[in-house]
Design a binder for this molecule. Sequence first.
Ligand code: HEC
Length: 205
Amino acid sequence: MKFNKVFTLLVASGAALLISCGAGKDNTGYEYAPNMYHSVAYEPLKQVKDKESGLWVNSTDEEIGEYYSSNPNNEFEMNMLLPVEGTVKRGDFLPYRIPKDSLALAAATLTNPLPNTKEVLADGKALYGRFCSHCHGSNGTEPGLVGERYAGVPSYTSAAIKNVTEGHIFHVITLGKGRMAAHDSQLSQEERWKIVRYVQTLQKQ
Ligand code: HEC
């Protein structure tokens, strides 16, 4: 009798073992608690608003489908929020990280990512006219109206400045130097590199 019971148990569990392994490769088998394996993903770029979508694979008490991926707490039920109004796009440039006191490092390592074309030079000249010429003068040799009252504006053709590198000029425009203030809040990196191209032509006049 006892032997029979053990035998039946063995056969039963053997059969259960065999049945639980499906033959097909696509068969994931029976899932005991599917909502433990399939966490609800908050996906930023995909949005399923239908609460019943995928209900057949889910067994949560709320009866919300597996594919529902919206966030009812956010505007438009989106997971990724729109940037706040007035957000300024950074463009393709990463934030500038070289510290102000590392001018030599910037001078030696930075290179202008913009080509030396007529268009870049024209933009650089226009920006120079707006942001620099009142101090440095339209040619960068004689101080402009503000520069006349702002002692110590150097000429770009002076021995000290005429050979400084593009990285040096970029760093000075970005973070300032001595009595010249930083321009990183007024000019994007692209605009600063355009001005650098133009200042280089003034160094060599
Ligand atoms: C408010 C006046 C002012 C404005 C605006 C200004 N600069 Fe200057 N700039 C100065 C002064 C003053 C110096 C000298 C800084 C020092 O060494 O004390 C200087 C120095 C420089 C130098 C030489 C840095 C060195 O290594 O000695 C460069 C290059 C330069 N400026 C470029 C520019 C460019 C390009 C702009 C426009 C984006 C600009 N500056 C805007 C006043 C100004």
